[in-house]
Design a protein around this ligand. Sequence first.
Ligand code: GLU
Ligand code: ZN
Length: 491
Amino acid sequence: MSVRVRYAPSPTGYQHIGGARTALFNYFFACSMGGQFLLRVEDTDQGRYFDEALQDLYETLDWLGITYDEGPQKDGAYGPYVQSERSDLYREYAQKLIDSGHAYYCYCSASRLERIRKIQEANGMAPGYDRHCRDLSEAERQELDKECPHPVIRFKIPIDGAVTVHDELLGDITRECKDINPDPILMKSDNLPTYHLANVIDDHLMKITHVLRAQEWVPSAPLHALLYQAFGWDMPKLCHLPMVLGQDGQKLSKRHGATSVREFRAKGYLPEAIVNYISLLGWSLDDSTEFFTLDELCKVFTLQRLNKAPAVFDYKKLDWFNGMYLRKLSHEELLGQCMPFLLESGLIKEPVGKEITDLLLQAMPLIQERMHYLSDAPQLLAFLFNRPEQYDIACAIPKKMELPAVMPILPAAIEIFSHLDAKNDEELEQECRSKADALGVKIGQFLQPVRVALTGSTVSPPLFGSMRLLGKEESLVRMRNLQGTLEKQTS
Ligand code: GLU
Ligand code: ZN
């Protein structure tokens, strides 16, 4: 039987990086086994529904390069793949459980449930439904139906015995039935199923063979096993993925940094870097291989190489991957990736003409080595488009120097760089060094005011290259401008 797995997110928020990991591992597993990968939207909790979540889900999968064989926008033989479009099915199957004596109607009001909760609390008992409606007679039921036409349906957890589920990673998990929260709701009064019922029915009907999901669902597995038993169905194989923690050992959250894929994307991470880094969250091929493309992962991924121990999300390591991937891009590719950020920042406007495109393309080699994120591009390239209007004098004065000693630097630099077009970088550098020596300053000190003059900042792309892009005249204008500012300061 060929492998069929699914990613089954609930659209309650933006796609979390942990969810993306679940999606990717399912996807890798499916392709490595020559199986199918499904996307199923679990949206039966209408109260928690979040409008933009679906759009975000599709965009995220697309951006990461994950394609699915069956799902909401790609119908297969087992659709629809959005649970809210399947409610009749769930009702039908809930009815089967009622008919077979595995489920029952519960008419308890919210106030009654609240009352028993308080009593349980006062007596130090575990909270849970008291199975009040479990053994109602048919006559009692009909009477209650009149007062409460929309009862919920609850599942009969066996009073005795135990369930064991096998997890491919964690081994056997056994739970005493008495320790399972009594009689969970399967169908709510709004006629929609709860997660447990819908999830089990869909995994069965969609012929899912393996459930790879987050470890937070381990406690639900025994209940699911009981549901499968009640329906008389085989349970798919289970594999709960290692947790993803922040460096402090807590569940990864906002406190640690970006958590939604869209935040990473907005910050300027490349999808290749995200995919590569995520693939190592709880999985490895061996002790040394670090670089993987999506296609490679589709070939080499195995459940056997999952780790039991929780994975720690290391933002620095992700940044490192991002840098590596940024440097692998051709200049054309890099520009293509930077373009949305440059437009978004307002540095350039659409339509971007050929002249600007060429200029930017020539600038790519200058910034490629210095970028951590694509979002660094606008700041690194701003000098190409904006002549600094005013200067921060403090920036222009190198460490351990005073203004008077800085004054001769720019006139000397102006003299040297007036030959910009006639000399190569080595020659220019040599001249700068000799001049710096003559002035008794270090080369870094000599070039600092020049850099500030051109870009307004002490950090910039390589100086000579930047100057060539700006052009000799513009570069000299900027040096004179800063010199003017410095002179005003001394007069
Ligand atoms: N809808 C559940 C979630 O949001 C799916 C859990 C599962 O994969 O069974 O995580
Ligand atoms: Zn009840």
